[in-house]
Design a binder for this molecule. Structure first.
Ligand SMILES: [Zn+2]
Length: 414
């Protein structure tokens, strides 16, 4: 551990592979990795108490700089004592830079994962017919608030200031997110811009760390982009790993942007084989079981995704036998648990029939109970993946789990 309270200690490694277990040390506690990080975009994991998030085993939460900047304002969170104090979450926390949300306003993309890029390679396709709400230039991004139409501008310096005010243990550098639909030429110029922004983030971060004396140390992760191009991904990873500004380097790395589902493990592997082994790596935005196994095998340590809680609010339930919808007729008279093998609060106390009723009656408790279950399912799966690395059973566990979860069916789309 470094003297400022942040560090990473690798544990066991998969044979001949990049996958590993480990511990991320933060001023608000340790995170045993691999770990699934619960998403609390607006300083709340939707529909559940922070105490419940802790009880279901989540070790850390991730909030979003864009949303909290617009509402309530990062100055309010700062005055409250930072994100953890504001939302009553005493454990480790992350904020993402807001880059993805801001860029999404411009191009209208909803998902960067699992997109089929076949036949699509046109920088204009994504914006065609859309009223662009964001414009990227070399200095930053100007965008229109999705809340009230006000104009705002994010730059690397603005994102760093916001994230320092939010006060999470782990922050991400402000980067440009591209999609698989952007051309190779655009990806190259975008990467150059992201690299320049990374240096400005490190500079602003070093300055803010000096200014804000007495605050717990906040770690900064650089974000590796490069879409599906091996040479671009590898170069981006090397460049960020070597980047040093004013004696400051990145404390860890995020792997961002467009990843084709079929190549996820391959792309994450390119990046992680270039990154230093003694720094943590976060993969942004995945939670499907096959993606989690692939990413862990390729050396990713932490993950976040809105999907388990988002689909829960629409009655979609994860179980060891796959994902199902509890509001269909099949569950109406089923007095068994959502998943008989689950150890969560919902499965210990409530039936499929009761959740079916809550969703049909549009009762809020349905979302709460389903969220508890889906978050626990995902957190526990990643915990079991970690244990399987440490006991040397990763490959057997992967085969057994995925064989049952997907069970010969075609994979459930996220
Ligand atoms: Zn459960």
């Amino acid at each position: 551990m470094t003297t400022d309270g942040f560090g990473f200690t690798p544990g066991a490694f998969l044979d001949g592979a990049l996958g590993r277990s480990g511990v991320i040390h933060t001023p608000h506690g340790d995170i045993r990795t691999p770990a699934f990080i619960a998403v609390g975009t607006k300083a709340t994991v939707k529909a559940v108490l922070p105490e419940t998030v802790s009880e279901l085993g989540a070790q850390a939460v991730l909030a979003n700089a864009y949303h909290l900047y617009l509402q309530p304002g990062s100055d309010i969170v700062d005055a409250a004592g930072g994100l953890g104090a504001f939302m009553n979450w005493p454990g480790p926390s992350f904020t993402d830079s807001g880059g993805f949300q801001v860029m999404s306003l411009g191009v209208g993309f909803k998902k960067v994962l699992a997109m089929d890029a076949t036949g699509l390679a046109n920088d204009d396709v994504i914006a065609e017919g859309k009223n662009r709400l964001a414009h990227v230039d070399d200095d930053g991004v100007t965008f229109t608030s999705h809340l009230n139409g006000d104009r705002h501008r994010f730059t690397p310096e603005v994102s760093m200031r916001i994230q320092h005010e939010l006060g999470a243990d782990i922050m991400f550098a402000f980067d440009e997110c591209t999609t698989l639909m952007n051309t190779r030429g655009y990806q190259e110029s975008s990467l150059a811009r992201t690299q320049a922004w990374a240096a400005r983030c490190l500079d602003a971060h070093a300055q803010l760390t000096r200014e804000r004396v007495g605050k717990p140390y906040q770690a900064l992760f650089g974000v590796v982009q490069g879409a599906q191009f091996e040479d671009l991904r590898r170069k981006a990873a090397r460049d960020l790993a070597e980047l040093e500004v004013d004696g400051t380097r990145f404390d860890g790395f995020g792997i961002g942007g467009a990843l084709e589902k079929e190549n996820l493990g391959t792309i994450v592997g390119w990046v992680n084989s270039e990154l230093p082994v003694d720094k943590p790596r976060h993969l942004l935005g995945i939670s499907e079981p096959d993606d989690l196994f692939a990413a862990v095998a390729a050396g990713a340590d932490t993950f976040d995704c809105v999907m388990p809680s988002r689909v829960a609010r629409n009655a979609a339930i994860y179980s060891l036998d796959g994902r199902f919808n509890v509001n269909t007729a099949r569950s109406r008279r089923d007095f068994g648990a959502l998943d008989p093998d689950c150890d969560c609060y919902t499965c210990a106390n409530y039936s499929r029939a009761y959740l079916h009723h809550l969703f049909k009656a549009k009762e809020m408790l349905g979302a709460t109970l389903a969220t508890i279950h889906n978050e626990r399912f995902t957190v526990r799966l990643v915990d079991q993946i970690r244990e399987s690395i440490e006991s040397g059973d990763f490959h057997a566990f992967r085969g057994e789990f995925l064989g049952r979860f997907y069970g010969g069916r075609t994979r459930t789309a996220p």
